[in-house]
Write a protein that binds this ligand. Structure first.
Ligand SMILES: Nc1ncnc2c1ncn2[C@@H]1O[C@H](COP(=O)(O)OP(=O)(O)O)[C@@H](O)[C@H]1O
Ligand SMILES: [Mg+2]
Length: 267
């Protein structure tokens, strides 16, 4: 398959080299690839990975899962971290628990079964390391989300995860999490510096940020996603914006894989 022109493959993240060799482009371009008939009931896998503990893997997995889950097209969670944070949170949900699997005999089998069961999204929350299980998750993913606090230690840690994603030829993007709040819509110097650092390494980064806000952890304590905890508040809007970007990126990746003709429409 030919590598499409950069400008013809839109996505909200900075350039991502996809498994098919395509380059997804344009942080702000909001074009969506043309759908085709083969798109009925697709299933995609997101792996949340970073060898840095505390970067926000479980937090983003939980809030995004609540955002996208629909009983008719479920979001299946895979807890691939022996610490079991996601499982603990899901147990607190009681009757509203999302479908969840822990990894016993490999991720591949779970994903195959999910496809047969009309699952729309599989979210894999991984352990803070680069064990074979994490690498399996990266290889199985449509897109790897790498949460990163905008600081030296996280920036250093994400590079190892990025190396594995690149080796697996899985598209990936860094998401700044627990970032200092914006002031008058200007991001903090810490986020700007972190962006500059990753831009030098040609790492795709989401243009937005998930701010450090109590709502993100308070909702988890209640076994909820921010959407359920306080639908009108800032955290819910940030998760919605992040989801929009992820969804567009996944569609662009699918389109690139299918060799779909893309049309770029300015935002
Ligand atoms: N955006 C955020 N705002 C406030 N607290 C956060 C945010 N992201 C993560 N946290 C908190 O930081 C801690 C570590 O996050 P967690 O998702 O468990 O990281 P990881 O899964 O990468 O180890 C948790 O207590 C979580 O509630
Ligand atoms: Mg975790």
């Amino acid at each position: 398959m030919e590598t499409p022109e950069r400008s013809s493959l839109p996505c909200l993240f900075l350039p991502i080299r996809a498994k098919c060799g395509a380059i997804l482009a344009n942080q702000r371009g909001l074009a969506i690839p043309l759908a085709n008939d083969n798109w009925s009931l697709p299933m995609d896998v997101l792996a949340f990975a970073s060898r840095k503990g505390g970067s926000g893997k479980s937090t983003l997995t939980a809030h995004l899962a609540v955002h996208v889950h629909r009983p008719s097209r479920p979001c299946l969670l895979i807890d691939d971290d022996p610490q079991g944070s996601l499982t603990l949170w899901n147990e607190l949900r009681g009757n509203d628990a999302l479908p969840i699997k822990s990894v016993k005999r490999g991720i591949g089998d779970i994903i195959k079964k999910a496809k047969r069961n009309n699952v729309e999204w599989v979210f894999i929350d991984t352990a803070p390391n680069v064990s074979p299980s994490v690498i399996e998750a990266i290889e199985a993913a449509t897109l790897v989300i790498i949460p990163c606090r905008p600081g030296l230690f996280d920036l250093d840690a994400v590079q190892e995860t990025i190396t594995y994603a690149r080796e697996a030829r899985t598209p990936y993007a860094v998401v700044f999490n627990a970032a200092p709040p914006k002031r008058e819509d200007l991001e903090s110097p810490a986020v700007t510096a972190a962006r500059e650092c990753l831009a030098r390494l040609k790492v795709p980064v989401w243009g937005g940020q998930i701010t450090h806000r109590a709502g993100f952890s308070l909702a988890l304590n209640a076994g909820q996603g921010v959407k359920e905890y306080d639908a009108d508040a800032g955290p819910t809007a940030e998760i919605a914006r992040l989801w929009q970007a992820i969804d567009k990126s996944v569609k662009a990746i699918r389109g690139a894989r299918a060799g779909t003709v893309m049309h770029c429409v300015a935002a």
